[in-house]
Design a protein. Structure first.
Length: 400
């Protein structure tokens, strides 16, 4: 495949990182850390972690952990699929993971027949609470053929927010193709990382995401993986857009010949990634300086939102000495400690009891207004919410 995904240049080495879903029961609990290095394919511009954290290490230790993907666009996506000439209520719609359930439900309500791969039965995954880290590892092309024989091949197969987790893109793409009928469609959805790269939002880096796609590298990769793109939509969201491609297996192995347009696209991707990597130390210095100022002014600084974004941000920028605790409304997390930093996770009442004046939000900017509305007393007492995300109106580095 023209050396696709075979040679990478290093963009950013951020050293060893914790597994963000490994909340600590004890602050002194021993932790494991894994190297995280971002590389860029020299032929496609696609960004990728150059070392895989073993899938077994990513399996959550707690069965109450959940991950939410953006869904407001799903009604539009279903409508687009139904408008295709060869899709009607006689078509069979399938999904590869639990992330496809809400889409399958929409089709079921419209009278379509559906099925979804069952982790325990079809992939022999017996452990409870596993996520796509385990599904991508188990769903090989060989296994997909067995599943297709069991349920019957589908007209449309959904694979939402899993391709970026796949350790072997080529084999995983073959698995998706094995699940559909001749002439069938695969619908692949994944996060658009272009805004994070441009805004230098380093929380983009996550041990569970092996690949970091932009619209250009997604389209290029699909062609190199043997797909022909039928529909391509970029759904806008405040954090990161959702890229959706409706594809069919290509009739021939598509090899992109070198041309000026391709070189220009690749040069643009390389320039963006280079700036992203080159700017890390400067951004880190700016963020640390801002935290020092907040501590000097207020004495204590808190975080709100004990998810993987906060874990990455705190560890990446070495902010543990400046933070007193992390607030989270999830009762399961309260009483535990954050991976890496070992900072305590507490309820929101601590904001008032400790008279916190500066609180960093690590929640999606879509939720910032709701957080503000639910914590008016904090604001009335002189508290200030700031966001860790560059695309937020209350971004830390944009505040006075």
């Amino acid at each position: 495949m023209n050396e696709f995904l075979e040679k990478f240049n290093i963009v950013l080495d951020i050293g060893k990182q914790p597994i963000s879903n490994r909340y600590l029961v004890d602050r002194e609990q021993q932790q494991d850390f894994f190297p995280i290095t971002l590389g860029q394919c020299v032929h496609s511009g696609l960004l990728k972690l150059t070392q895989n954290v073993p899938a077994t290490e990513l399996v959550p230790k707690f069965d109450w952990l959940t991950y939410a993907e953006p869904e407001p666009h799903l009604d539009d996506l279903v409508s687009r699929l139904m408008s295709l000439d060869d899709i009607d209520t006689n078509s069979v719609i399938a999904g590869v993971s639990f992330k496809d359930d809400s889409t399958l439900m929409r089709f079921e309500k419209l009278g379509f027949k559906t099925w979804r791969i069952k982790e325990n039965v079809d992939l022999a995954i017996g452990q409870q609470g596993v996520g796509v880290e385990s599904i991508q590892a188990a769903l090989t092309a060989k296994k997909a053929k067995e599943i297709a024989q069991r349920y019957g091949k589908a007209d449309v197969v959904f694979a939402r927010h899993i391709l970026e987790h796949a350790y072997d893109l080529k084999d995983f793409s073959f698995a998706l193709q094995a699940l559909i009928k001749p002439g069938g469609y695969v619908v692949i959805e994944l996060p658009d990382c272009s805004n994070s790269i441009k805004r230098k939002d380093y929380t983009m880096l996550w041990e569970e995401h092996l690949y970091y796609f932009t619209p250009e590298t997604f389209k290029f990769s699909l062609k190199q993986l043997g797909f022909a793109v039928e529909v391509f939509v970029n759904y806008p969201y405040p954090m990161e857009n959702s890229l959706v491609a409706v594809v069919k297996p290509a009739k021939a192995n598509l090899q992109l010949k070198e041309n000026s347009a391709l070189n220009e696209r690749l040069n643009s991707e390389v320039a963006l990634a280079s700036e992203f990597g080159r700017s890390f130390q400067l951004v880190k210095k700016q963020i640390q300086q801002k935290f020092k100022q907040l501590v000097e002014k207020h004495g204590q600084v808190a975080f709100l939102g004990a998810g993987h974004l906060a874990c990455t941000y705190i560890w990446l920028f070495e902010l543990t000495p400046y933070i007193s605790f992390i607030v989270d409304d999830n009762k399961h997390k309260q009483g535990l400690f954050m991976a890496g930093s070992a900072l305590p996770i507490v309820g929101s009442n601590e904001l008032y009891q400790r008279q916190i004046k500066a609180c960093l939000l690590s929640v999606n900017p879509l939720s910032e207004q709701a957080v503000t509305n639910n914590n008016q007393l904090f604001i009335e007492q002189g508290g200030q919410f700031l966001s860790i995300f560059p695309n937020s109106d209350i971004h830390l580095l944009g505040a006075d």
